[in-house]
Design a protein around this ligand. Structure first.
Ligand code: BG6
Length: 485
């Protein structure tokens, strides 16, 4: 893999593109998901078996028996238009190039290429859109890093197969991945298989009263994703030996609250369950020894075939790619956590953003050093950043000193790690162009260097404006991370 350090930013199709029903694209879950806030959850809308419309909480609810997902009148769906990259990609990429980007992470929308996921032939118009985007990136020598799955399974698969819990989804994903590798063979050489694959591994520990059946389903789904990802890596290598494929791990870094051995051991086990369980499989091609402890803890038994074991071995990743936003503090003392299943307590040493996320630059270096030692693979930071509320001034400026300060502190730690020999190859911040928040569906939770005039209620001109951080990041890139002030 080329010994080069990439600078840039990262996005996802469903949060960026819009054009949800254009040129043959199929539906995905976010198309039936409303906007929310940091206090009110996003809702998923449906028509029940008697023909009545309804909505359930994205995080705690589920589709009622016999209901079908549906777009309903009277609800607002922010991802339908998102920030309209589908029509504005030339202007957007030109602005990324102006900042000096050398890498741009994006995802290909499965439903744009296989509208239901089941078609024999891909949707040509969907493929052509991505060819146009890759050509545009090439014009400015920006290397694409492409995620094959970023939270957007075609809705048809969700409804008829129950998403990843069903092994058939592995084959459908493999077909989609093959199409991408063959079609974009000359344009894309860096790939990511499945975004933040490890998020679900944490669920049985944070979901109150999680049953054995639920835990079983979660870990089986995760296993199916490991196999799907491994098959994609193997295919990518067969189709073009120059392809480099990464996983995508959310760096859920945790610290023990005290030096009490119970807290220390609990935190170690938490990191094993939430991070290393997934990435050990992806790097070493087999489950780690501690997997048995986790399976026993939840009383689960996975369906792992002999062929799965071969696939996992033959599909190990080339680079370790991860997102990093925050850290957490764990206590194994019930009186400290008030018996909460997630066992999290506050970190008194860290500040927080408006969405209550801890800000911890040192945690990024801590994680870089751990995974560098554990895996000996090239590392890429493929998401990091500050979600914040910006004020667009009358003169169309945005003075986002808070964002600059957040990014500066994090990049400093990346540079320190790099200087000390950690093999880090990329820093890509999240949402360089403002886009729809995945968790809350808001526009006002902004990460970008480029302000998009779009509001939570769907109003706004969609015009793009350069924030102060735009000029700052340009300087950072031009100096390869040396000029941070
Ligand atoms: C990551 C996801 O978890 O965090 C992105 O890969 C997401 O899709 C990002 O947008 C930031 O989270 P949020 O909820 O602020 O958009």
């Amino acid at each position: 893999m080329e010994q080069k350090f990439y600078w840039g930013g990262a996005t996802a199709a469903n949060q960026l593109e819009g054009a949800y029903n254009v040129d043959g694209r199929g539906m995905v879950l976010t198309d039936v998901t409303t906007g929310g806030t940091n206090k009110t959850p996003r809702m998923i809308t449906y028509i029940d078996k008697d023909g009545n419309g309804g909505a359930y909480n994205k995080y705690t609810g589920r589709l009622p028996e016999g209901a079908r997902y549906a777009v309903l009148d009277g609800y607002f769906y922010p991802n339908h238009e998102a920030v309209d990259f589908y029509h504005r990609y030339k202007e957007d990429i030109a602005m990324l190039a102006e900042m000096g980007f050398t890498m741009f992470r994006m995802s290909v929308s499965w439903a744009r290429i296989y509208p239901t996921g089941l078609e024999e032939e891909p949707n040509r118009k969907g493929l052509d859109f991505y060819h146009r985007v890759f050509q545009e990136l090439k014009k400015y020598n920006i290397e694409p890093l492409v995620s094959i799955w970023h939270f957007d399974t075609p809705l048809y698969i969700e409804e008829h197969y129950g998403n990843w819990q069903n092994r058939k989804v592995i084959d459908l994903y493999e077909k989609f991945a093959r199409t991408c590798f063959e079609e974009f063979k000359d344009e894309v050489h860096y790939w990511i298989t499945i975004n933040e694959i490890n998020l679900s591994a944490m669920l049985p520990s944070i979901k109150p009263n999680c049953t054995r059946e639920e835990a079983q389903a979660i870990y089986q789904q995760l296993h199916n994703q490991f196999v799907a990802g491994a098959r994609a890596v193997r295919l990518a290598h067969q189709i073009n030996p120059e392809n480099r494929v990464g996983n995508m791990i959310a760096a859920l870094v945790a610290y023990p609250e005290t030096c009490h051995p119970k807290d220390v051991l609990y935190t170690r086990h938490y990191m094993e369950q939430c991070i290393y369980y997934s990435s050990d499989v992806q790097v070493f091609g087999e489950y780690p020894t501690f997997a048995k402890r986790i399976w026993d803890q939840f009383g689960i038994e996975l369906d792992i075939t002999e062929q799965d074991k071969i696939d996992l071995k033959e599909g190990v990743i080339d680079m370790y790619t991860f997102s990093y936003y925050q850290t957490s503090v764990m206590s194994d003392h019930d009186e400290r956590t008030e018996g909460k299943s997630n066992k999290r307590v506050n970190n008194p040493y860290l500040g927080r953003n408006a969405w209550n996320q801890e800000i911890d630059p040192l945690g990024l270096r801590y994680f870089l050093e751990i995974v560098n030692d554990r895996y000996h693979l090239p590392l890429m930071i493929v998401e990091n950043g500050l979600g914040a509320i910006d004020q667009l001034e009358e003169d169309h400026k945005v003075h986002d000193a808070y964002r600059i300060s957040y990014l500066r502190d994090h990049i400093k730690e990346v540079m320190r790690a790099r200087e000390s020999g950690v093999d880090v190859r990329a820093y890509l911040s999240w949402g360089p162009i403002d886009l729809v928040s995945a968790s809350s569906g808001e526009m006002r939770k902004r990460y970008g260097y480029i302000y998009v005039d779009r509001n939570d209620d769907g109003t706004g001109s969609m015009e793009r404006y350069r924030k102060d951080s735009f000029y700052w990041y340009k300087k950072v890139i031009a100096s390869d991370g040396k000029e941070l002030d």
